[in-house]
Design a protein around this ligand. Structure first.
Ligand SMILES: [Zn+2]
Length: 60
């Protein structure tokens, strides 16, 4: 049985994806992020979701 990870952006569970700053991102979100330019409001959303997930993982 392969281990599944939950995507921090779309909450989808998948085996395919990567860890960015210890935050798991699925293949499709990764592809979307790459295609999104930094001045796109969607990019802000990705960054927010990622920092939220990152913060919840590391207690300060
Ligand atoms: Zn995703």
């Amino acid at each position: 049985m392969k281990k599944k990870h939950q995507c921090s952006i779309c909450s989808k569970e998948t085996e395919k994806g990567l860890y960015l700053l210890q935050v798991f991102i699925c293949e499709s979100c990764e592809a979307e992020m790459i295609q999104t330019s930094t001045d796109d409001p969607k990019y802000d959303y990705f960054v927010k979701q990622m920092s939220k997930a990152h913060k919840s993982m590391i207690p300060s």
